[in-house]
Design a binder for this molecule. Structure first.
Ligand SMILES: C[S@@+](CC[C@H](N)C(=O)[O-])C[C@H]1O[C@@H](n2cnc3c(N)ncnc32)[C@H](O)[C@@H]1O
Length: 209
């Protein structure tokens, strides 16, 4: 796919802010967490991710980069056992969600035992990890995330990411990093490919044993 399809005119927050803590501060946290339209969009993306990943209710799922829980709540209502993980405490605790097992941690260093989860769902978070190709810190963090997700997934476990890569190059770099060393098999699924506004990019991966 050529970069023509990306054609994104406005910069996204992860391109403007140095890190996620700079962006998600008090006002922005309240704005995000109380936005009904944001909640609806994230719910819709989560349901589409579930269509792709095909997992069974009662499975134990990690929601990686859960924020205030828009995706986790959908998963919980559908009968999945959910662990919501985020790096920003105020987002994670904005709503009381004890049933979602809120866990304050970095998605690159997940604090769980080996082979804990049947699946990992991550909606609109991965773009914060890798925004600049050939940046050694970001390369390391992406590798940490891949190794960490591999370790905590059960055999044949699955991952679905929905994210906003800045361009095709970054998207492909992330895809091939997951497939390195045969840790994962998978592919991109892109909805509304020609519309920069409506486009949704999913990366669906299966753990290889
Ligand atoms: C756009 S929000 C999406 C939140 C949620 N998935 C949803 O659909 O509403 C991106 C989230 O990723 C989280 N995030 C970014 N980098 C992270 C990291 N390294 N570890 C854990 N969470 C991270 C942010 O704190 C934020 O809550």
């Amino acid at each position: 796919m050529s970069d023509y399809y990306f054609n994104i005119k406005t910069k996204r927050p992860e391109e403007i802010y140095q890190n996620v803590f700079e962006y998600f501060k008090d006002d922005q946290i309240i704005k995000y967490s109380t936005s009904k339209s944001m909640m609806k969009i994230q719910e819709k993306i989560t349901l589409r991710a579930l269509e792709i990943i095909k997992i069974q209710p009662k499975d134990l799922i990690l929601d990686a980069g859960s924020g205030c829980g828009f995706s986790s709540i959908v998963l919980n209502k559908l009968g999945f056992n959910v662990v919501s993980l985020d790096i920003i405490k105020y987002l994670l605790t904005y709503y009381p969600i004890p049933e979602l097992n809120p866990t304050l941690a970095d998605i690159c260093l997940t604090p769980f035992r080996d082979e804990t989860f049947e699946a990992i769902i991550s909606i609109s978070a991965l773009q914060w990890i890798y925004t600049e190709p050939n940046n050694p810190k970001m390369e390391n963090e992406l590798n940490d995330l891949i190794n960490s997700f591999y370790r905590i997934l059960k055999p044949n476990g699955k991952i679905i990411f929905q994210f906003y890569p800045k361009n095709n190059f970054i998207m492909e770099k992330i895809g091939s990093a997951f497939k390195k060393n045969n840790l994962f098999e998978g592919n991109f699924i892109i909805d509304h490919i020609k519309s920069p506004k409506k486009r949704k990019i999913f990366l669906f991966l299966k753990k290889q044993s």
